[in-house]
Design a protein around this ligand. Structure first.
Ligand SMILES: NC(=O)C1=CN([C@@H]2O[C@H](COP(=O)(O)OP(=O)(O)OC[C@H]3O[C@@H](n4cnc5c(N)ncnc54)[C@H](OP(=O)(O)O)[C@@H]3O)[C@@H](O)[C@H]2O)[C@@H](O)CC1
Ligand SMILES: Nc1ncnc2c1ncn2[C@@H]1O[C@H](COP(=O)(O)OP(=O)(O)O)[C@@H](O)[C@H]1O
Ligand SMILES: [K+]
Length: 489
């Protein structure tokens, strides 16, 4: 598991570490790692005009230097590049508020402090704001970003202008090709629109590992986690012991949702998929391995339910949802089931078994009363707490929140997944994980991860993607994630 730590947690860890080290040590570690990454990037640059040597020597580097230590890191890294022959121009973007010793070191190494740097450079270092930054960019930084054409933009620690702790981008911010982060990821690297401005993330170890709070603000699962959580069938297993999934989805009007959700469920680790609803004929024809019944009651005992996709929101759908909720089995509630809960919140009131809610933004609004804020992790956690459920809030960076406040960011997925029915596939797959005995938060995290990986496989080579394609790729995505995850273990 990877994690992302809040600015306050990073500062606490840094303070503890700094008390044992000579002053300036951490900044020099940060600057050394940053300069090394910049040198690697400059080696890859394509020189303009006649063939020249590539690398640090002769490269044009511009530093946008803010008033704090983030500017200090950037200036000290630039000093190292200047010593290796780079032409460095540093622009203090907050008047004369610039890290004085770092600026002096750069000047001693041959760098120049200027108000107007060249209009083109090989590498632009964004040292405007770090973890001490409030959202938004100072005007002078914005002006320079608008006029400089840079081969590569490297953000120092975080892309300046973002909200470090939430990943929101309420005002202007830097768009980086690469972000070189010190000590640990911050939430803005993995959440919300800020994660899209981060580019490739490079972590520089400055020795914080031992002093960081063991509980990160945001968790990020990796393939090793998913392989460790996955229930593999053993020689004594049969289809029942592997788990039975109940799928209450689809209707005469929306039979496709029943098929997509059932196909998602078939790709998971459970041994048996039972369908309950009025699209039974259609499911039977397309997925003969699914056992179909007309109602939830007739489906018998299952180890997890999915209710909602294409289900309808009429009286009959509400009655079936109530039937699912009296079952002691954990349940995934999606789509129409979320609309029904928004209208009749009391249906959840006596529920004790675990529930995972999987809203997109409009469904979230129906449940919470207002749309999710740009602080998507905070929004998911607030709903999870209020309804005492696990919440998977869908979107480009899907987040999962547990009712006790833990938050996970999903690192996989791509915009091609935003296609009708793809959520039905996800919900069915998740219900299979639950039926196999996986803890609800893990089931939500693992389902989002593998669903995103399946979307990646479906979109390979620039192919267009429909929900059936995502469903078709799920078994291959499971195989790839588990084999890589076991390899990593
Ligand atoms: N601590 C350590 O040991 C290590 C730290 N390291 C590095 O330090 C970085 C954190 O440095 P930092 O604390 O100096 O904060 P940083 O983000 O550079 O600037 C804050 C300044 O900006 C200002 N300001 C804020 N928002 C603004 C806005 N929107 N527009 C305009 N101005 C704004 C604010 O001024 P204020 O307005 O509050 O007076 C304040 O003066 C961290 O990300 C990492 O790179 C590494 O070297 C490793 C060791
Ligand atoms: N811009 C995006 N980038 C990546 N994934 C996205 C994006 N928008 C939506 N998704 C994903 O696509 C799926 C869509 O689900 P949903 O909205 O429930 O669709 P449907 O109800 O039609 O099945 C979710 O897994 C969601 O996280
Ligand atoms: K920065």
């Amino acid at each position: 598991m990877n994690g992302a730590w809040s600015a306050a947690a990073i500062r606490r860890a840094e303070a503890q570490l700094m008390s044992r080290l000579p002053p300036g040590t951490l900044m020099q570690r940060a600057a050394a790692g940053l300069a090394a990454e910049c040198a690697r990037l400059l080696r890859k640059r394509t020189p303009q005009g006649p063939k020249r040597n590539q690398g640090v020597y002769g490269a044009t580097v511009i530093v946008l230097a803010g008033p704090g230590d983030n500017g200090g890191d950037a200036l000290y890294a630039a000093e190292r590049l200047a010593r290796r022959g780079a032409r460095v121009f540093a622009v203090p973007v907050m008047g004369d508020r610039v890290h004085p010793t770092a600026a002096a070191a750069l000047v001693r190494a041959g760098g120049r402090l200027v108000a107007t740097p060249p209009a083109r450079c090989d590498l632009l270092l964004d040292g405007v704001l770090g973890i001490g930054g409030r959202p938004g960019l100072p005007g002078r930084a914005l002006d320079q970003l608008g006029r400089i054409e840079a081969g590569t933009v490297v953000a120092v620690d975080v892309p300046s202008g973002v909200d470090v702790d939430t990943g929101a981008v309420p005002a202007s911010a830097v768009t980086a090709d690469v972000t070189v982060a010190f000590g640990a990821r911050k939430p803005c690297h993995v959440l919300g629109r800020a994660s899209l401005l981060t580019g490739r993330l490079v972590l520089v170890d400055i020795g914080l590992g031992d002093v960081l709070d063991p509980n990160p603000a945001v968790r990020v699962a990796d393939e090793g986690d998913i392989a460790a959580w996955w229930h593999r069938p053993g020689p004594d297993d049969d289809k029942y012991t592997r788990g039975v999934v109940g799928v209450a989805a689809g209707s005469e009007r929306y039979p496709g949702a029943a098929v997509l959700a059932s196909t998602g469920a078939l790709a998971g680790p459970a041994g048996y998929v039972r369908y309950a609803g009025s699209a039974a004929e259609y499911v039977r024809r397309t997925r003969p391995e699914v056992v179909c019944t007309p109602t939830v009651k007739e489906a018998g005992r299952v180890q997890a339910w999915l209710a909602g996709p294409g289900f309808g929101t009429d009286e009959a759908a509400l009655a079936e949802l109530r039937e699912v909720l009296v079952s002691p089995a954990p349940a995934v509630l999606d789509a129409d089931a979320l609309t029904l809960i928004g209208e009749y919140p009391s249906v959840l009131s006596r529920r004790e078994a675990p529930v995972v809610l999987t809203p997109h933004d409009r469904e979230y609004e129906r449940l919470y009363g207002s749309p999710p804020s740009e602080d998507r992790a905070g929004a998911a956690a607030a709903l999870a707490k209020r309804l005492n459920c696990t919440v998977l809030l869908k979107g480009h960076h899907t987040v999962v929140a547990s009712s006790d406040g833990a938050v996970w960011a999903n690192p996989t997925g791509r915009p091609q997944l935003a296609t009708a029915g793809s959520g039905d596939v996800l919900a069915g797959f998740m219900a299979s994980l639950l039926a196999s005995g996986m803890d609800p938060v893990r089931a939500a995290v693992a389902a989002a991860y593998v669903h995103g990986a399946a979307g990646g496989l479906a979109a390979e080579g620039g192919r267009t993607v429909a929900a059936s394609d995502v469903a078709r790729e799920l078994p291959a995505a499971v195989g790839a994630v588990l084999s890589r995850g076991r390899g990593a273990a």
